[in-house]
Write a new protein. Structure first.
Length: 524
């Protein structure tokens, strides 16, 4: 919190050019979180022991670790929080979503499976492609298809012979894969191997009645499988090569891991709403408290470090510039920047928490959602307006009450549309902020980081600068003076945050400063 507030007070940006080869050695600015699991290991070890830390390091990807770190930071803001969370137990809910999930784990699984499959097909296809003693692939006559293969190639013989293509060419590489797959499917030796493999899978323990018989059966099968591989001299089957980390890091894993670390038994799952996910998580927690189902709710988001494939996809969608420079909202409108990390808030029932000594930073007066029902990326006017109007009604405010309005603003031409559609929701003194030039587009996280910045501004009584040089504001913006360039005093303690998610989901959050609050930690 202190580092974030210092960055914002300077009007600085946390983004920098990415030096990876696949991203042009600096063509794309992004936000790479400074994170080391060693900073949080002592907290975990103190409560669960060193073996627990070792298991987390072995099984959990960075999405889980980022969320864990953010949660530990949040708890560190007040000594009373952790005991109260344990006291609430099953009335403490946990909602931690992600915009894109743990992409590195998915990519690692795909790469491993692809490499293992190529090696597998090459081994079995090599012998099947030379059943008549042919000296080379070029000497191989077409073979009849295997019974029941039913593919298109089976009607026309083998695919293109790789040896007919240029050495080291992409065409030859692809042709080798297709050739090996074709002949592996027709390998009698492979069919024999698979039949014997299945027999091994059917093995049971010698004594099914004894304790842990299932573990003995697993070990027995593992030994038999290893002996089978040695007998045939084949590489490991592809289906044995993908790490189980893929399933330990699915979307709900961060929320589940936090519930285990805190040993609380309330609902713990992952809401997903693209770039509006933090607002969705916040609504889940707030609504659970208002319904009386929860006293506390840990709400937040987590996303991986800037992934090269994701950066590339955004660039191809023409919403991410390849200049190596940071593009701030309301300026050149060239696009946004990908960031990774996490953001976590602890919400509480005001009466219950304040009776136990907690003092809030802000009150969450409203969270409303609406869908565009129009376009997957470009927001309509009616969709966001519905969410904002309902949020104002729920919070009992008018446009004149709003001191600061923080926009989704991604640094694209959509910034102009967003300013226009929100004109009726801001008064003459309302200041406008947008922070993706400072913090980047954290997919699910951006809304949370920006909402935290809004809460900090409300606490200070001044809107923190957004890093925009007034001289660079786009000439099409009609009221540039409303945009916060340097720190600006706020006329009231009400702030509004807009989040616009891919797919058309809008979240609008209304915050109110807690007057005379002595609390100096995470938002409550």
């Amino acid at each position: 919190m202190q580092a974030l507030e210092a960055l914002l007070a300077r009007g600085a940006s946390a983004l920098a050019a990415d030096r990876r080869a696949e991203l042009g050695y600096g063509l794309f600015a992004s936000g790479d979180p400074q994170f080391d699991s060693a900073d949080y290991a002592p907290w975990i070890a103190q409560r669960h022991g060193e073996p627990y830390v070792a298991r987390m390091r072995a099984k959990m990807g960075e999405n889980v670790w980022f969320a864990t770190g953010a949660m530990i930071q949040a708890l560190g803001c007040s000594n009373e929080l952790e005991p109260l969370i344990r006291q609430a137990d099953d009335r403490c809910h946990i909602y931690v979503g992600s915009g894109v999930g743990d992409l590195p784990q998915s990519y690692a699984a795909v790469r491993t499976l692809d490499a293992a499959t190529r090696a597998w097909n090459h081994f079995w296809g090599a012998s099947a492609a030379r059943p008549h003693g042919a000296s080379s692939l070029a000497d191989q006559p077409a073979a009849p298809p295997a019974a029941g293969s039913g593919d298109a190639l089976a009607q026309n013989g083998p695919p293109t012979n790789p040896e007919s293509l240029p050495v080291d060419s992409e065409e030859r590489y692809q042709a080798v894969g297709a050739w090996d797959a074709y002949w592996a499917e027709r390998s009698p030796a492979l069919r024999d191997f698979l039949a014997r493999y299945a027999e091994v899978e059917r093995m049971t323990a010698d004594d099914e009645e004894r304790d842990q018989a299932h573990l003995h059966a697993i070990r027995k099968r593992m030994r038999a499988h290893q002996a089978l591989l040695q007998e045939y001299g084949c590489p490991p089957p592809p289906w044995t090569q993908v790490s189980s980390k893929l399933i330990w890091n699915i979307q709900n894993s961060p929320a589940a891991q936090i519930s285990m670390l805190l040993n609380v038994h309330g609902a713990a799952w992952a809401p997903v709403g693209a770039c509006s996910t933090f607002g969705v998580a916040l609504k889940c927690g707030r609504d659970a408290i208002l319904r009386g189902e929860a006293l506390l709710a840990i709400t937040g988001t987590t996303d991986p470090r800037p992934d090269a494939a994701l950066v590339s996809a955004f660039h191809e969608a023409r919403v991410l510039p390849g200049t190596g420079e940071v593009n701030f909202p309301f300026t050149t409108l060239r696009g946004t920047h990908i960031s990774g990390g996490a953001c976590m808030w602890v919400l509480g029932d005001a009466e219950w928490c304040e009776a136990r000594g907690l003092r809030p930073l802000v009150y969450v007066d409203a969270v409303e959602l609406a869908s565009d029902a129009e376009h997957i990326i470009t927001p309509s006017k009616s969709g966001p307006k519905r969410a904002v109007a309902r949020a104002y009604e729920a919070a009992g405010i008018s446009a004149e009450d709003v001191a600061v309005l923080d926009l989704h603003a991604t640094g694209t031409p959509g910034d102009l549309n967003e300013l226009q559609l929100l004109e009726e929701f801001r008064g003459p003194a309302t200041r406008v902020t947008a922070r993706k030039g400072q913090l980047g587009h954290g997919m699910a996280n951006a809304g949370g980081w920006e909402l935290t910045a809004l809460a900090l501004s409300l606490r200070r009584g001044e809107a923190l600068p957004i890093g925009v040089d007034p001289a660079t504001i786009h000439p099409a913006i009609r009221q540039p003076g409303a945009i916060v360039t340097g720190a600006a005093p706020l006329p009231s303690g009400v702030g509004v945050k807009l989040m616009l998610g891919i797919g058309g989901l809008t979240a609008c959050v209304v915050l109110r400063r807690a007057e005379a609050s002595g609390f100096t930690g995470a938002p409550q």
